[in-house]
Write a protein that binds this ligand. Structure first.
Ligand code: NAP
Length: 263
């Protein structure tokens, strides 16, 4: 039996989908790595681990020590640190690298989007007049909204934010996507939301709120992504989704069929 030792840096739907595609496939010995941020993450049917590696150097050492033969970066587009670390570590350890680059959302007819560079700008873009705001930026990036304490915030996050992280007039819904357009349409109407704030995460799982905002004629403040790491001079591949990642792994496996030992 031969298999390809594959480390998947995850925390996203694409990583879970790839894990499901690789589960039980004897060509691969996959390991899914999670940061360990969510209290009860969705666990895959493949081996997994949690916690940081200790920066780019730690990850490079991990890849070398475990003789990882394929590194798939399936992290969230806003997780800039781990993406940069992965690129640096793959370069140092000469590990074949694939990045899943989820396309950002693009405005279409009927959308009323203000695109801003960061959370502080997003908080300012809400304006001086009190509004009911639907805030879906994750529980770790709420601090800038304390500077706009006159708004009423409805915050949705997987785990509830700590109370001290909340702006004063906040209500929290703890929920894990995917969320459909119909679900979010109902939520926005029931909460009488007047404006939304979201990261430009891309993907279908959390797009429902944008489609619902379009249907309801609501404005959206959309925070732009951090830049992708510099890949110049580094051998790598990119794809848009889990199926593309599987195709890359199959190709790599066909080119190099090592002994099957696991990561
Ligand atoms: P980040 O700022 O890029 O990463 C911070 C540190 O967390 C990294 O330097 C690394 O620690 C560790 N880390 C991150 N992802 C890891 C992984 N998959 N496996 C092992 N260690 C990991 O990341 P973040 O924005 O805090 O996001 C944390 C995780 O949540 C990511 O895996 C991401 O895919 C997921 N996520 C993030 C967002 C978002 O909006 N940022 C949204 C949904 C899901 P060391 O340096 O010690 O290795």
């Amino acid at each position: 039996m031969s298999c390809l030792k594959t480390l998947i840096l995850g925390g996203t739907g694409e990583a879970s989908q790839l894990a499901a595609l690789l589960a039980g496939d004897a060509r691969f010995a996959p390991l899914l790595s999670l940061a360990g941020r969510t209290q009860a993450p969705r666990l895959p049917d493949i081996p997994w681990r949690t916690g940081g590696f200790g920066g780019a150097a730690g990850l490079a050492a991990y890849l070398a020590a475990r003789r990882v033969q394929a590194l798939v970066v399936a992290t969230h587009p806003f997780a800039a640190n781990i993406r940069a670390n992965a690129v640096a570590a793959a370069g140092r350890s000469q590990t074949p690298l694939l990045l899943i680059l989820r396309p950002p959302w693009q405005a279409a007819a009927g959308d009323d989007w203000s695109q801003v560079a960061d959370m502080a700008q997003a908080a300012r873009a809400l304006g001086a007049v009190r509004k009911r705001v639907f805030l879906t930026v994750g529980r770790q990036e709420l601090a800038p909204f304390a500077a706009a304490p006159w708004h009423d915030y409805l915050i949705r996050s997987v785990d509830p934010p700590p109370p001290e992280a909340l702006p004063p007039r906040a209500r929290v819904i703890s929920a894990r996507g995917p969320f459909s357009e119909a679900q979010d349409y109902q939520l926005l109407r029931e909460a009488r939301i007047e404006i939304l704030v979201s990261k430009n995460a891309g993907g279908a799982a959390t797009q429902g709120k944008l489609l619902a905002a379009r249907a309801l004629g609501l404005p959206v403040v959309l925070v732009a992504r951090p830049p992708e790491p510099d890949l110049a001079g580094l051998a790598h591949a990119t794809t848009a989704d889990a199926l593309g990642a599987l195709a890359w792994l199959v190709q790599l496996h066909a080119a190099d069929s090592p002994a099957c030992r696991g990561v």
